[in-house]
Design a protein around this ligand. Structure first.
Ligand code: PGA
Length: 253
């Protein structure tokens, strides 16, 4: 099994001071859980405040939730890769379903962002996933295929990429995909990637699952075939639930 990645996507929660206090507390509690890579993805405003906590590297890293693809320019409200790098950001979540559905980000933008993040020597966490209607209509694989083909267009290596499979119907709803659905879909993702990259690269790429991951289902999900870690929303906001998930994952591997 690969080193599991547990990423917390805070979305639009926590001020800079709340974020720093939270990270300090979590780090103290899970300092010894060195078999798991933990990524905190706070809102932009908290990144600068939190960056010193990530000085030593170890198994903790800082991630952002979005970025713009240009280096600088007249893009009101946007943040560049260089700005994130200066805050010691190592990962950037791209193509999250909330960005796709609420902010109407097209695959073409997501692809440009993937390129910029990689060119900036950071790792994109490329999110993909189907809606409930698409699943019910048997379109899951076609949707994932489109999101992967377009999102990764022009990217010749998977070396510095993390994929997060997040069924839209499981995000923030309390509905979790069953282990059977998760393993089947993760296999579909690998099959699609196998058409684009060599087998070894596809075996090595981390594919996270996201969608209502919580302490109660973390053990079962981390042991599910094809799951290399989690992207967690709601349960990453509380010290208790986030640290319990990290502990449960470390105990299970
Ligand atoms: P959730 O969110 O864990 O609250 O379902 C997951 C995500 O949006 O990444």
């Amino acid at each position: 099994m690969k080193r599991p990645i547990i990423a917390g996507n805070w979305k639009m929660f926590k001020t800079p001071s709340e974020g720093s206090a939270f990270v300090d507390e979590v780090m103290k509690l899970v300092l010894d859980h060195e078999k798991v890579d933990v990524i905190f993805c706070p809102p932009f405003t908290a990144l600068f405040n939190m960056k010193d906590a990530f000085e030593s590297g170890k198994h903790f890293s800082l991630g952002a939730q979005n970025c713009h693809w240009e280096e600088s320019g007249a893009f009101t409200g946007e943040i560049s890769v260089g700005m994130l790098k200066d805050c010691r950001v190592q990962y950037v979540i791209l193509g999250h379903s909330e960005r796709r559905h609420i902010f109407h980000e097209p695959d073409e933008w997501i692809n440009r962002k993937v390129h910029s993040v990689i060119n900036g020597n950071m790792t994109p966490i490329l999110c993909i996933g189907e809606t409930l209607t698409q699943r019910d209509e048997g379109e899951t694989e076609a949707i994932l295929d489109k999101q992967l083909q377009l999102g990764l267009k022009g990217i010749d290596s998977l070396d510095n990429i993390v994929i997060a499979y997040e069924p839209v119907w499981a995000i923030g709803t309390g509905l979790t995909a069953t282990p059977a659905q998760v393993s089947e879909t993760h296999q579909q993702v690998r099959d699609i990637l196998n058409q684009l990259y060599d087998t070894e690269a596809v075996e090595n790429v981390a594919i996270l699952y996201g969608g209502s991951v919580k302490p109660e289902n973390a053990k079962e999900l981390i042991l599910t075939q094809g799951v290399d870690g989690f992207l967690i929303g709601g349960a990453s906001l509380k010290v208790d639930s986030f640290t319990t998930i990290i502990e449960n994952v470390e105990l299970s591997i």
